[in-house]
Every structure is written in structure tokens, then in C-alpha cells.
Design a protein around this ligand. Structure first.
Ligand code: MN
Length: 302
């Protein structure tokens, strides 16, 4: 059974939970109490990750045989972003699948060259939302709202100057991100922050799958549909700069902390590079899926 580590909101408040196969959720603090462990870390995903060595085995055992009263029925809870408010900006890698680099260069009328160094930008914590949430179309400020499905890495063990060969020791798990982008703002302001920093423009989730359940490096189908139409379809093994390179490069002189999130780039098939270009608008439903992790659903509203 895949461990689907989620942050939920239920009658009992916000807490860490495991989403079970029948759609119910194992309430983390209740499971800890039943096992005689301190429930407090399970009120928050980052402290849960920090204490995972003891909490992980307990949660997995409780998921297989839930203690009485420790589950919340499907429909009686809401999924929040697994890390609802990251402590710092979400790190992002731009232009990290060669077919996506090529489609962007085609749209801009330039020749394609494989990037020599990874390109980094960030999205602010205020951009993060969970699955089944809405994003405004921002019709007054952009005409080119677009989607980008991405494999997101959640950092477990803190560190800086992490050597590439030790990078996976710092990866706690994986989730799905949708790097919603206002392309016209991205271009107009040079630096990408404005076009990629809008409120609610970083759907994240639906949950985290711990890294020990996914072979490293991840080779997973990554895809996205808009209103059921397949737009992006690739594999996470197609990254130009792989996870060890990203983590080693970013962590040079920069400290990763538990709960930091890195969105690792999007494959080809984004709307603005289609012929003719397609943009997101009110009513659109975006489903971003990574095999073995889950599907992140986002609705665009007026
Ligand atoms: Mn992106």
C-alpha cells in the first residue's frame, strides 16, 4: 500500500493523516496516541517529517490495522496542500525537459540550445494551495494563464553544500506541483517572479509519497489534462538536470531545511506553445498526475 501522507482539515482541525485505500484517512495524532507516542508532531507536516524515523513505522503499521476511532471517513475531511505554508519560497527549476525548452524556443522564434546550467526561480509561500482548490483567472492582469505539471521534491534532512552522490539522503518524499504561470507577466518583467508568483498559483499535492517507496532516480509517467484533454505526457527520467544535480547546485552556500519544496521543471505541452496557443480560463479543470504519487486537481474560476 502506498503511503499517502497528507495534511487534512477535519472537525478535529488541521493535522497530518494517511489517506487509506478506501478513501478514509488515518488521523495521525489519534494513531500516535493509540500507540503511546507523542501526538504533537503530527499536528504539522514539517515536524512529522523531522520525527519520521519513529512516526513513519507507527503510521504505516496503524494504516494496515487502524486503531478504533483513529480514522476519518471519506467526505468528512478536506485535503490541504501537504505543506500548507512552506517556510520559504518554493524553489523551481525552469527549462528542465529538452522538449519543453524546444517548444519555448520555437514559440520565441529562436534556435534551441541545451542549457548548460540549471535555471532557478521561486514561488512565494502565499501561492501554495491544495488539490481540488480554485485559481482565479486573473483576467484583469493576464491574458495568458498557463499550466505546468512538475515533480516536486520535499526535503527531509537539512543541509548545505550537499554532494550530488548524497542528494537522495536529503529527499524525504515526492508530490505533484502545478506551476501556474502568467506568460505575459513572465515575459514583461524579465525576472520570472511576477508571472509565477500570483496568489494560489502553486497547487501542491494531493499528498506526499515517502522517497523509500519510489526507486531513485524516479522514472515515473508525468502527465496533465485540461478538461480531460491530454496536454503533457512524459517521464520524470527525462529531466535535463537530474535531482542530484539540482540539489547539489542549489545547496551550494544555501541551506535546505526540512519541508523545503523544489519543483523540478515541466515537460512539453504547455498551452502558450501550442499552435494556436491555448490559455486557461474560467471553468477549466486541470488534472496533473504523476504515476505512483497521485492526481492534483485545480479549477480555474472567474
Ligand atoms: Mn515550471
Amino acid at each position: 500500500m502506498t503511503t499517502r501522507l497528507a495534511t487534512i482539515a477535519s472537525e478535529a482541525g488541521r493535522r497530518v493523516a494517511l489517506v487509506l485505500d478506501d478513501g478514509s484517512a488515518l488521523d495521525g495524532p489519534a494513531a500516535a496516541q493509540a500507540a503511546g507516542l507523542d501526538p504533537a508532531p503530527l499536528n504539522d507536516m514539517v515536524s512529522t517529517i523531522a520525527a519520521w524515523d519513529s512516526l513513519g513505522p507507527m503510521l504505516r503499521a496503524a494504516a494496515a490495522k487502524p486503531p478504533p476511532g483513529a480514522t476519518v471517513a471519506a467526505g468528512a475531511y478536506r485535503l490541504l496542500a501537504p505543506i500548507p505554508r512552506p517556510a520559504k519560497n518554493v524553489f523551481c527549476v525552469g527549462r528542465n525537459y529538452i522538449e519543453h525548452v524546444a517548444e519555448g524556443d520555437r514559440a520565441a522564434g529562436r534556435e534551441t540550445e541545451t542549457p548548460k546550467y540549471p535555471q532557478f526561480f521561486t514561488k512565494p509561500p502565499t501561492a501554495v494551495i491544495g488539490t481540488e482548490e480554485t485559481v482565479p483567472s486573473y483576467a484583469a492582469i493576464t491574458r495568458v494563464l498557463d499550466y505546468e505539471v512538475e515533480l516536486a521534491v520535499v526535503i527531509g534532512r537539512p543541509g548545505s553544500d550537499i554532494p550530488a552522490e548524497r542528494a537522495f539522503e536529503h529527499v524525504f518524499g515526492y508530490t505533484v506541483a502545478n506551476d501556474i504561470t502568467a506568460r505575459d507577466l513572465q515575459r514583461r518583467h524579465g525576472q520570472w517572479f511576477k508571472g509565477k508568483g500570483l496568489d494560489r498559483s502553486c497547487p501542491l499535492g494531493p499528498w506526499i509519497v515517502p522517497a523509500d517507496e519510489i526507486a531513485a532516480p524516479p522514472d515515473l509517467r508525468i502527465s496533465l489534462t485540461v478538461n480531460g484533454e491530454l496536454r503533457q505526457d512524459s517521464r520524470t527520467s527525462q529531466l535535463i538536470f537530474d535531482l542530484p544535480t539540482i540539489i547539489a547546485t542549489l545547496s551550494q552556500g544555501l541551506t535546505f531545511e526540512t519541508g523545503d519544496v523544489i519543483a523540478t521543471g515541466t515537460p512539453s505541452g504547455v498551452g502558450y506553445a501550442m499552435t494556436p496557443p491555448r490559455v486557461l480560463g474560467p471553468g477549466d479543470v486541470i488534472e496533473a498526475t504523476i504515476e505512483g504519487i497521485g492526481t492534483l486537481v485545480t479549477r480555474i474560476v472567474a
